[in-house]
Every structure is written in structure tokens, then in C-alpha cells.
Design a protein around this ligand. Sequence first.
Ligand code: SAM
Length: 485
Amino acid sequence: MATSASTSYNPASLSAEEFISHEEILETLRYAEENKRNEELIDRILEKARPKYEGGKVRCEGLTHREASVLLACDLPEKNAEMMKLAEEIKLAFYGNRIVLFAPLYLSNYCVNGCTYCPYHAENKHIKRKKLTQEEVRQEVIALQDMGHKRLALEAGEDPLHNPIDYILECIRTIYGIHHKNGDIRRVNVNIAATTVENYRKLRDAGIGTYILFQETYHKESYEALHPTGPKHDYRYHTEAMDRAMEGGIDDVGIGVLFGLDKYRYEFAGLLMHAEHLEAVHGVGPHTISVPRLKKADDIDPAKFNNGIDDETFLKIIACIRIAVPYTGMIISTRESEAVRGKALRVGISQISGGSRTSVGGYAEEERVHDTEQFDVSDQRTLDEVLLWLMRDGFLPSFCTACYREGRTGDRFMSLCKSGQIQNCCHPNALMTLAEYLTDYASEETRETGKALVETELTTIPNERSRTIAAENIKEIYASNRRDF
Ligand code: SAM
């Protein structure tokens, strides 16, 4: 039985599938179970993870999958409370109170896979199949721009006939080509099925932001049973997708598991091992980690899956990810309710979707349509309502995409984050993009609340020059009066 948190694995010499091995995950779970009340070890792990402040800079070491798994397994209430506090501290140290906003855009729900938890599965004969034409893409994007969105995540099923890579590329070109009076969509992230290095290169050349792909589950046997048919059945091909994406030149990749499919502690260890693998092989870990939970959907009953997790466990998972990989962005979607999202933001989440519709063509419709929807949306508030709520809770909503436009992706972004310069860089950018939103789109209440927040937040920019430039820019933005009303 292992008594040490170190492992004999050499991540750099193994493929993702070899590295994230069933045996190592089981060993990790055994180690975590054995040490879940080992206060001395837990204290040592927490101490290792704590931010270290030196010379005006902050640095965090992060944790291995074994160490983080001990924290996740721990059932000592006072240690768990300490973990939640530590996660909050790390979140504040690297992300401040900024929350980046985005919206998913569903392009097509045609799919040839047989995923047993997804309503887009090929055998579902009663869901309405729809694929956006380029004109419909335009209408969707204009509707999203009219809400104030600048950052999208494209979503599509896998279907080489209906949604081949050329279709996805055409949609990306259309989106970047739509010029809105108040500014264009500046970052298009893409969540499509695992593909070839050549196709990833095409996505890179099209100027995508992050390539997102959820592992769904790291448990190979479950994975194969949950994906009985279609190209997604191939566990190895799916697990090694991020390596191909990086080989194709995509710097930013986003990983995640669908919580509820298999045991959460198993998934948690697999997720962190995946991050370790990417860091070891490519010199940079995942740009983001998403934490979707399985939802009720057409033709899918979550009760069929008996690995659901309660809100408390879910929040602890988020906190433990935050502690283990302090520099990685974390995303939560509108699958979660307002109450859960509010707590999740404190302990780790840095990006949320807002005003989302998960149906193909949903944004151009007045009313929420359900017949092509991927899953039930829990948080159905408008983007403006989400923003007001964030600000009232002390968060600073950000539409910033500057890193991406400046070419600061992958390891260049991580070194900015690690150098502690993010407060002089991200904070002013967040304030300026919020000022744009307030000027161009906000309701009166949101505008008033936002302006007061911007005023206070400007004073927290440490560097005087950055502070002055931001203040001048914001004055100009407020004076620009770009809204027709
Ligand atoms: N088709 C792509 C693929 O195979 O990876 C990705 C697009 S799919 C629209 C995005 C994600 O939705 C999936 O990776 C899955 O994790 C999630 N999803 C599927 N069914 C879901 C459900 N019933 N509840 C919550 N999320 C679900």
C-alpha cells in the first residue's frame, strides 16, 4: 500500500492513455482513502498548496493528483472548511474578483455517435435535427452581439456528412466576419468531437481560441459502454485528442469530465492526471477545466445514471481543482442554478456562460425553444441579469479577450499569470470591457451599479500608469454614446 504522495510515473514518456492508467487511479484512490483522516499529511498538503507571497509577487505550487485526491477524500469538517478558504484565497490571488463571460452557440445537433447520456445520440428519432445555414449563423451571432457577448463557444454533434470540418470552418469565418457597431466577436472557442492533427491545424489557422473537449469519463470500461457506437467509441483516440490538438498548433485546450457518469473521485484523479500529462509533454497544462454535471434532457433520464453528486461534493471538487491547478481557468455553465453558481464562483470558477440557449438557432427566437435543445438550462436569466447579480455579489464581469488578440496564449499566458502581472493587465482590461458593456447594452440599473463598481475597482490597479490609462480610456468609452437610444 502506498504511503507516499509521489509516484514512479514519468508523464513525459507516456501517451495520455498510458499515463492516465486505471491502475494508477485505483492506487490513488486507495492512498486517498487510507489517508483521508491523516491530519499531519493533510496539513502538509495544504501547506504545500498555500500561496507564497514574495517581493510583491504571489506564487503557487499546485498539487499532484495523489495529494489532491487526499484532500477530496478527507471527511474532517475543520480541514474541509480550511480547504474551501484556501481555494478562495488562491482564486483571489490569481483571478481577483474578475469573472469572464461567454455564450455557447449550437451550430448543429446532427450526430452519428451513440452516447447514452446525450439527446443528440443517433438513435434519438424524435429530436428535431437542425443545422444552421450561414445566414442563420449570422442571425444568431447578431442576437448574441446585441446582448453584449464578445466570446463564444461553438458546439456541434459529430457528423462527417452534415457537420464536416469545412462546415465548422465556414461558420468560424462567418462569425469573425460579422462586424457589429459596438465591436465584433473577439474569441471563438470550439467544442467539437476529437479529430485529426490536420483538422486541428485548420482550426488553429481559422483563429480559434480554446479547443474544448470533455473526456466525459476517464474510466475506460464505462467510457466504452457509455459510447457504444460511432467514432466516439474509441477511448484512446478521444483521450489523446488534446495531444493532437497541440501538435496541430492549438495552444489553449480545455478539458473536463461529465460528472454523474462514473464515480467522482475516479474522474477527479483522471482529470488532474490529464493536466499533468499535458504539462509534462507540451510544457503547458490545460487553459481551462470545465465541470459539467449530467442534466435531464430529451430521451435521457439522469436517474438511469447512479453516480450523481450533491451540491456540497460538487463545490468541494471545484475547490480541490482550484487548489491543485491554481493557474488554470475554470468554467461553469448554465447547467447549474444561480445558487450553485454563486458559491462555485467563490471557490474557483473564473468563467461562466450567461443568457445561454442550448438549442440550435435558439438566440434568434423570441421564446426559448426546446425541440432541439441539448439539455435543460437551470440558470435562465438574461446576460444583463447575470451581470447585475455578479456585481452585487462583489464580482467584476469581464468581456476581455486581450490575451488572445495580443498572442498571449498557451505558455505565454501561463507565464503572465505566474509572474503576477495579471492584476496590472487583466484588471484594467476587465474594467474597460465592462465599461463598454455598460455604455452599449446595460439596463439602467446594471449601468448605475456597474459605473459605481468601475470607479472603486479602478483604484485597485497597482501600477499608476496602467491606472491612468484605464481611467482615460473608460472616460472616452462613457462619452462615446454608441447606443441608439
Ligand atoms: N459533440 C462533441 C463531442 O462529442 O465532444 C461536443 C459537443 S457536446 C454538444 C458538448 C458536451 O455536452 C459533451 O461533451 C457532454 O459532456 C455534454 N452533455 C451531453 N449530454 C449532456 C447532458 N444530458 N447533460 C449535461 N451535459 C451533457
